[in-house]
Every structure is written in structure tokens, then in C-alpha cells.
Design a protein around this ligand. Structure first.
Ligand SMILES: Nc1ncnc2c1ncn2[C@@H]1O[C@H](COP(=O)(O)OP(=O)(O)OP(=O)(O)O)[C@@H](O)[C@H]1O
Ligand SMILES: [Mg+2]
Length: 299
């Protein structure tokens, strides 16, 4: 079966502690009322939403080491992602994020470790989505390989303070079709003097402000407001947006419709707890309607 989209990047298990009885600080212990262990990382979330939107979406990467591999594999099959995941080399520490949720805010601690990509060739697909700039920098030949295969390429930015000083940022952005940072990342890139000229469009996520796109060829700017919703947890909103935008783009929709589809997915993501747990069938969104009420509900 040929793939519409292959998402690549680091794959995590997220340990999400909720209902803390205090603010974590050195020298003190706080207790959580609940712990959920769920798959995480941008590429997993984007692949999950893409699959829910009806794309044949694969995740190509390296699973976190045991005992967390099983949780990621289960999430991949639950979300109907085509899982192209390899086990990490023996001795690799588990790649995990601990998320400490208190009130509307969260603190994260992440262990990024082990190889980024499996051995072997990039899978054939129409489109390659790279979940964060650090992954593009870590696998420098990947975008060129995708292009040689005739694949289009999109790239999210992601926040990594050290990354903004990398001298390869402008050339990396110029090598992809779509670059999808958020407002804060755009400000940091501008601050670092990085020219942003992706081949087709710069797509900027603006949280409750929705999203805008600047089309490279014409210079045209478009924007679409966010959908109104009740915000429960913003984890993965940007990655869900990416899937919606890409589903529109790969479906030949005009850029404004792509922004709207991205916003629809972003709004679903903020209205649920966690990254991409219990996603229903979102194909109705691509057909121009709204997803069935239960599709976006927390289960
Ligand atoms: N409060 C909100 N109300 C409605 N939609 C929202 C809200 N916050 C985010 N979204 C939707 O989600 C999209 C992505 O959110 P945001 O701009 O926060 O991305 P991000 O900062 O990259 O997120 P992430 O933390 O997942 O990387 C927005 O463009 C918007 O469509
Ligand atoms: Mg983001």
C-alpha cells in the first residue's frame, strides 16, 4: 500500500502526572493524584491526526527503550498509524518526557537519547513530515533524499534554545515546501536573523489567534481565526494543526481551507487531555463538514 505521509522524528513515552498537591521544587516532594503513560512526540501526534483524517500515515522512527516500547506500539495500532518503528540499540536509556501538570500549566523534563532514525531507507510516500528542526539538522541528508524520490516535505520548528544558533537554519527552511513554526519560534528565528523562505509556504501557528500563511511565490498573506473551544490541555495542538493543514494540502485544497482544517484539528487537540489519545474518525472534517460530536470528545 502506498503511503500518503511519513512522519519522522523522536518518539517518546510521556509520563503525565496530574493533580499535583503542590508546585515541584528542589528539596520538596509533591504527590500526583494520577499518572498516565502515553505515546508522545510531535511526529506521533501528527501521524495520529493524519490517520484519523483518513490519510495513509506512517511513523518512521525509533521506539523508546523498554519498558516504554509497548505503550508506544499499542498507541500506534490504536490510532491506526502504520508503525515503522525500530527498537533502540541495547543499553539505550528510555526516551521519555515527564510532564508535571498543575492548574493550566505544565513543566516538562525530557531525556532525548539514542538514534533518531531506524537503519535502512526512508519509506516511499507522497510526503515527508519532519516533526522538529532539530531532527532535520540531525539527519542532514534526509530532505534531499525525499526530494530525489519526488516527495514533498514539511517541517515543524519546535523549541530548543541551542538550535536557534545553528548556522544551517535558513538553508534547511529553504529546502522544504512548508515550514510550520509557531509565533514564539518565528520571533526567535527573526531575532537570530534567519531568512525564512520555504519553497511553497510559511505557515505560522498563533495559539488562540489561529494561524496565518505566507505563500512564497506570490507573497500573498492569509489568515484564519482559531475555532472557539474550551481549552483543557494544549499538548500537541501544533502537531494536530500540522496534520490538518497537510491533509488539506495533500488533498489539493486552497491555502485558506488548509489553515481552517489545521485550526479545526488544533481546536480538537486543546479541548482534550493528552496528545492523541482516543481520537475518533475525523474524516468528516476533510470533507468540509465538522467531525461528528463524539470524534473530538475525550474518551
Ligand atoms: N486557545 C485555543 N483555542 C482554539 N484553538 C487553539 C487554541 N490554542 C491553539 N489552538 C489551535 O491549535 C493551533 C496550534 O496551537 P499553537 O499555536 O499553540 O501551536 P504550538 O505552540 O506549536 O503548539 P505545541 O505546543 O503543540 O507545539 C493553533 O493554530 C490553533 O488552531
Ligand atoms: Mg509546536
Amino acid at each position: 500500500m502506498s503511503l500518503d505521509l511519513v512522519a519522522i522524528g523522536r518518539v517518546y513515552a510521556d509520563l503525565v502526572f496530574t493533580g499535583l498537591d503542590g508546585t515541584p521544587q528542589p528539596g520538596h516532594e509533591v504527590f500526583a493524584r494520577r499518572l498516565d503513560i502515553v505515546p508522545g512526540g510531535g511526529p506521533f501526534i501528527t501521524a495520529s491526526y493524519a490517520a484519523a483524517l483518513g490519510l495513509r500515515a506512517a511513523l518512521w522512527g525509533v521506539a523508546p527503550a523498554a519498558p516504554f516500547e509497548a505503550c508506544v506500539m499499542a498507541g500506534v495500532s490504536r490510532n491506526r498509524i502504520i508503525g515503522l518503528l525500530e527498537s533502540p540499540p541495547p543499553g539505550t536509556e528510555p526516551q521519555i518526557t515527564a510532564a508535571l501538570v498543575q492548574g493550566g500549566d505544565r513543566a516538562f523534563v525530557t531525556r532525548r537519547t539514542g538514534p533518531l532514525l531506524p537503519q535502512g531507507a526512508l519509506p516511499e510516500a507522497r510526503h515527508l513530515h519532519i516533526g522538529e528542526m532539530t531532527s532535520a539538522l540531525e539527519a542532514p541528508g534526509l530532505i534531499a533524499t525525499a526530494r530525489q524520490r519526488g516527495m514533498t516535505v514539511s517541517l515543524d520548528c519546535g523549541w530548543d534554545a541551542a538550535m536557534f544558533a545553528d548556522p544551517r537554519l535558513a538553508e534547511t527552511v529553504a529546502s522544504v515546501d512548508l515550514f510550520l513554526p509557531n509565533d514564539e519560534e518565528i520571533a526567535a528565528l527573526h531575532g537570530a536573523g534567519v531568512a525564512l523562505r520555504p519553497r511553497q509556504a510559511l505557515v505560522i501557528k498563533r495559539g488562540a489567534g489561529g494561524a496565518r500563511a505566507i505563500l512564497t511565490a506570490s507573497g500573498e498573506e492569509l489568515s484564519a481565526p482559531a475555532r472557539e473551544t474550551t481549552v483543557l490541555d494544549t499538548t500537541g495542538a501544533g502537531d494536530a494543526f500540522n496534520a490538518g493543514f497537510l491533509a488539506g494540502w495533500l488533498g489539493g485544497r486552497d491555502p485558506l481551507a488548509c489553515l481552517e482544517l489545521g485550526n479545526a484539528c488544533g481546536a480538537l487537540a486543546v479541548a482534550r487531555i493528552g496528545g492523541a489519545e482516543g481520537l475518533g474518525d475525523l474524516r468528516g472534517l476533510v470533507e468540509g463538514g465538522t467531525a461528528s460530536a463524539e470524534a473530538g470528545q475525550i474518551r
